[in-house]
Design a protein around this ligand. Structure first.
Ligand SMILES: [Zn+2]
Length: 257
């Protein structure tokens, strides 16, 4: 399978997962027009829509695409019910003939019903894991998100991370603030700036790179943990406490709280 991004809105990526004979699955189409243009330009045959969660910038184009192409919609069992024709729970699989077979992981946190799709080497993670960051907790708890990210972190390091937004540069500013002596974060910032100056996406990354540079996958790192404990003002003993403190620290850093 081959994946290409369709840029949408300010900073969204709608991923096209392309298999044999141009068969294509459309992931999180927040709008339809750029997807239809890309399908036509590349002579692709849409066969399915995959949804990770219910936010409008991920589902806004579903209705128009369904009406035009008559597509099945594989998505979370617990949200976006009006749009999903094939509801999925964690542990389910989605077999798309000619494209590939995906395992479904239930990853509540950003929303309460969020799911992600994993095939060997490919993680379609919506707004759960971002490059150098993670989704904000709009609905779920820190414990849920820490658990979800912990399960994602156990996938192989070479897995490519196809998230739904171009947030790498912004996220790395906090990563460097939180772990100033991490040379890999600085190197990634340089690489990210160069790619963005050429107008290239910085997504996908790999899970291995995320484990080296993404604070939300480094909650056990002594330096990061010390900073998080200074921010929180008390010791952080559980993964949930550590995640909550780093998430809050980033939200303060970003001026969001
Ligand atoms: Zn979202």
């Amino acid at each position: 399978m081959r994946l290409i991004p369709v840029p949408a809105f300010e900073d969204n990526y709608i991923w096209l997962v392309i298999g044999e004979d141009g068969r294509t699955a459309i992931v999180d189409p927040g709008e339809s027009v750029p997807v239809e243009e890309a399908l036509e330009r590349l002579n692709l045959k849409p066969v399915a829509i995959l949804l990770t969660h219910h936010h409008a910038d991920h589902v806004g184009g579903v209705k128009a695409l369904r009406e035009r192409y008559h597509l099945p919609v594989y998505g979370p069992a617990h949200e976006a019910r009006a749009l999903v024709t094939h509801p999925l729970e964690g542990g389910d699989t989605v077999d798309l003939p000619g494209i590939g077979c995906f395992d479904v992981l239930f990853t509540p946190g950003h929303t309460l019903g969020h799911i992600v799709f994993h095939a060997p080497g490919v993680l379609l993670c919506g707004d759960t894991l971002f490059t150098a960051g993670c989704g904000r907790l709009f609905e779920g708890s820190a414990a849920q998100m820490a658990d979800a990210l912990g399960r994602i972190a156990r996938l192989p390091d070479e897995t490519k991370v196809y998230c739904a937004h171009e947030y790498t540069a912004d996220n790395l500013r906090f990563a460097r603030h939180a772990e100033p002596e991490n040379a890999k974060i600085r190197a990634r910032e340089q690489d990210t700036a160069e790619r963005r100056s050429r107008g290239e996406p910085t997504v996908p990354s790999t899970l291995g790179l995320e484990k080296e540079t993404n604070p939300f996958l480094r909650l056990d790192n002594p330096s990061l943990l010390a900073g998080a404990e200074r921010h929180a003002g008390h010791p952080l003993r559980t993964d949930a406490e550590r995640f909550a403190a780093v998430r809050h620290w980033k939200d303060v850093f970003d001026g969001l709280v």
